[in-house]
Design a protein around this ligand. Structure first.
Ligand code: XMP
Length: 506
């Protein structure tokens, strides 16, 4: 195992991500909670920090059990920390040291900088600079503005770098981490989803003990994998709640609920469709619809959580991209938390939070889910927005419109599956437009609804392109929809990319 000591940098999780890309397991611990058994770790990495070592309240951990005993890589703040408190000197930088820089490598070509080319691009983000190296420090690399961009300590396997190897823009960052972990620290590259499951289950057991945990299931990949992990750890003390907001896909509530029960989860299905649809009646503004659904969800979940005695934890299927978003400069996006802060928190949000997937990216979540034997069909499901069909019914929502759109969506999605196209598409769905168009059926003129079909390819939903679905597929689906779904007489296919369009229409 590799230990990452966190000094509060926004990039700490990214270090973990890079380490795991090397198939090496790592754990992040706060700097003030160094594990007792620290000498059993194979290597330690010190993260960056928003603090300056010169601040009174800057993190000041005791590294005596680590230095000289376990290979150590100190990044940014870590590098300054080693210098400042061990005979070197750290001062405010004269020039701004943010962003791109190029390395001039002086020493250690065989070890830390093996296979890294001269002038390799690195990413800097610091306002202090190391003026003098600590005792026994040997300079390894410089950049144009930073004399001591990398150094090592003579007589120890201790290395320090001022730049951030974990960020994407440090071109050889991964190579450097590999050099440190594999070549220098001799860590084996054997992290697997199975190891993650074992470790996480052990941690959850330890953290939760005999306490009860409540979790909201959505039918999606993240909350399902989180539930299965927790179930492995604490069994029947996990109480899952699956809310039907009346805006799910056709038959989804019952079929997903059955699937959860088959998986042995202790899950309560709560059908609150009427409550959601009542609250939405007459609302057409997209943001108002989203907020209404968020508010009613919290009310329903809070009511349900109150029915359980003695719950101590709230589990969430938060994954790493959500974490990045919530700590980004723009602050948390429209999550449950942000718009509920105003009127005081509902009781369930005062519970302690457990987020077993906090460190994982979506592909890793899927691998972990597969490892635990979760149905591949469930793991391969397209993303589906929390507000569900509400944001695919443009304008106001009525039960009849929901029914129409569920039928259309079902034909489209089932068609994609039947034609083996489902897995080639990142996300797909149908949109009910708020206009009627003229048609002719038999001898009669019709004046009915238009639906749009949307299928996109993407990796993260941030950018997307429409999928070039086969014409004969589109022809068949269009025909089936118009013949089978009463109230629809026209089908169009959305051929807009994101940007400038978005995936959803609202
Ligand atoms: P857009 O429409 O912004 O969508 O291109 C990008 C991804 O986000 C999903 N999405 C949402 N998910 N609540 C959610 O949970 C929302 O309000 C919401 N709006 C969009 C969308 O389905 C796509 O995967």
């Amino acid at each position: 195992n590799v230990l990452i000591l966190d000094f509060g940098s926004q990039y700490t999780q990214l270090i973990a991500r890079r380490v795991r890309e090397l198939n090496i397991y790592c754990e992040i611990h706060p700097f003030n909670k160094i594990p007792e058994n620290v000498e059993t770790f194979k290597a330690v990495i010190l993260s960056g920090s928003p603090f300056s070592v010169r601040n009174e309240d800057a993190p000041h951990p005791d590294l005596s059990k680590i230095r000289g005993k376990v290979p150590l890589l100190a990044v940014c703040y870590g590098a300054q920390y080693l210098a400042h408190f061990h005979g070197g000197k750290v001062e405010p930088s004269e020039t701004r040291e943010y962003g791109r820089a190029n390395l001039s490598i002086i020493k250690d070509k065989e070890r830390l900088f093996e296979a890294i080319t001269e002038n390799s691009q690195v990413w800097m983000s610091h306002s202090d600079t190391i003026k003098e190296l600590p005792e026994n420090g040997v300079r390894l690399a410089s950049t144009q503005d930073v004399l001591n961009a990398a150094y090592r300590i003579e007589g120890e396997e201790t290395f320090a770098i001022q730049f951030h190897p974990e960020v994407y823009h440090s071109t050889d960052g991964k190579q450097l981490l590999e050099n440190f972990l594999v070549k220098i620290a001799k860590v084996k590259q054997e992290w697997t989803p199975g190891a993650f499951v074992d470790n996480t289950v052990a941690e959850l057991k330890e953290k939760i003990g005999d306490d009860k945990v409540v979790l909201g299931l959505s039918g999606g990949v993240d909350s399902t994998v989180a539930a299965v992990l927790l179930h492995k750890a604490i069994g029947k003390n996990l109480y899952c709640i699956f809310v039907n907001n009346g805006l799910l896909r056709k038959n989804e509530f019952d079929s997903v609920l059955d699937q959860y029960k088959d998986m042995g989860l202790n899950v309560k299905g709560v059908d609150s469709s009427a409550r959601f649809l009542d609250a939405l009646a007459g609302k057409s503004d997209p943001e108002e619809k989203r907020k209404t659904i968020g508010r009613v969800f919290i009310e329903v979940f809070d009511d349900e959580a109150h029915l359980l005695d003695d719950v101590k934890f709230l589990a969430q299927g938060t994954i790493y991209p959500d974490v990045i978003e919530s700590i980004s400069v723009n602050g948390p996006s429209a999550t449950i938390k942000s718009h509920h802060n105003v009127g005081g928190l509902p009781d369930f949000m005062k519970l302690k939070v457990v987020e077993p997937l906090r460190m994982l990216f979506k592909d890793e979540v899927r691998r972990v889910g597969a490892e635990m034997g979760i149905d591949p069909e469930l793991l391969g499901r397209h993303p589906f927005p929390g507000p569900g069909l509400a944001i695919r019914i443009l304008g106001d929502i009525t039960p009849e419109k929901v029914r129409v759109l569920q039928e259309v969506d079902h034909i489209f999605i089932q068609g994609l599956k039947d034609w083996m196209l489902y897995d080639k598409v990142w996300q797909a769905g149908a949109i009910l437009l708020p206009i009627n168009s003229v048609g002719v059926m038999g001898d009669e003129r019709t004046y009915e609804k238009v639906v749009a079909l949307r299928a996109v390819e993407s990796t993260d939903g941030m950018t997307a392109d429409w999928v070039n679905l086969p014409y004969d597929f589109l022809q068949k689906i269009s025909n089936t929809i118009i013949n089978r779904v009463k109230g629809v007489n026209r089908v169009v296919y959305d051929i807009s990319s994101k940007p400038p369009a978005t995936i959803e229409w609202e």
